[in-house]
Ligand binder design. Sequence first.
Ligand code: B12
Ligand code: SF4
Length: 363
Amino acid sequence: MKILLVEPDYYTRYPPLGLMKLASYHRSHGNQVKLVRGTNNNLHFKPDEIVITSLFTYAWKPVHEAIEYYHSLFPEAMINVGGIYASILPDNIKSSYPFVNVYVGLHDEAERYSPAYDILTDVEKWKDWDSIIVFTSRGCIRSCPFCIVPEMEGAIRSIPSDVWNFIYPGHKKIILWDNNFLASPDWKEAINNLQETGLKIDFNQGLDARLIDEEKASMLANLRMPMLRMAYDLVGEKKAVINAVNLLEKYGIKRRNILFYTLYNFYDDTQSFGDTPYTFLARVKDILELGCVSYPMRFEPLDSLKKNQFVSPLWTAKQLESIAKARRVIGYGGAFPPYEGLIKKFKNAKDFTDAFSLYPEVK
Ligand code: B12
Ligand code: SF4
């Protein structure tokens, strides 16, 4: 069988990992695969089956365009759509395209295969990609209300993989997409594995500050890690955040190389609970005063069809805009690093508005 793997034309900085695993899976069943990005009529490939992936729910349009385009080009071929958007909002696809098979959740068999990096050479955007992306575990031990992982992936479990098997010649860096790496039953073995490769490591989804202890801090400090990411989502996590930073520093990780994703605009209407400008500022101040970097992250509802439209009842659109502006003007790369001027500005601010208003003298 000939299988066309389609990555819709949405914005992304990473190649389609799901399709790369599906490519290996289909090849192992004797099928021929080809990867395309967006709509492309110069294929020289007549597929029997079309496999379309999806990412953020708000990036639904390119997915629908791909379905329509390839269905009109190959009306006989079976079309399967999976990935994040398809898993969160399957009915959105089913109701518009009844001829499509919508796949919800992970593909358990494809999960066991190493991604086929060689298929990336078919696509201009990815032909020079030089990092390995890996999940050493899936699922999570927690159930944060702003996250689909517990529902989509279930309980935490390790993916029995020796990282070496996933490295393709020429790879320079390892990007981990584990949702909660330190909660994996095999975290220790995985760190040893990562250290052995000698490559740069990026725990891209952030480590759970609440799980950092002496042993984990000492082992993490042995990795080549230019930036260690964690999250500080709720003020109640302050004690764990301080403890994690102190332990990591004790074993040699510099505070300015620790970044905290700082969630804001979150609101859970089932519990009438959310953060406020006041509690957001308190967390940013805590992070900067610890000597670490704050990376503000605007909450996006799980069923969002348009990015940056949601405004929590505890925030105003103007307040949200002032954060976006401050990130551009006084931040660096969208983050607030622990610059003396910034620490002073946030510390001396009367309130949120004062903290995020931009005076001409602030550089
Ligand atoms: C890596 C990641 C990122 C990366 C970017 C990823 C990328 N590709 O560009 C970064 C760090 C930049 C990021 C940022 C954000 N992220 Co993010 N991210 C993820 C993560 C960990 C993986 C997403 C991914 O790329 N997966 C690749 C997929 C498709 O591969 P896979 O899952 O291994 O594929 C399997 C299955 O899906 C299936 N499959 C896939 N395709 C197909 C097709 C067929 C036919 C079949 C049968 C099966 C199938 O089989 C595969 C093998 O099992 C998910 C959480 C998670 N665990 O999934 C959150 C997630 C996607 N992110 C999320 C969010 C909210 C964000 C942010 C908006 C956060 C914020 N407020 O700033 C930002 C947005 C950034 C932006 N650019 O707009 C949400 C999305 C919710 C939504 N409404 O869409 C998620 C689900 C996490 C959560 N909170 O629940 N993110
Ligand atoms: S710890 Fe992270 S992955 Fe786990 S439920 Fe919370 S946000 Fe999702």
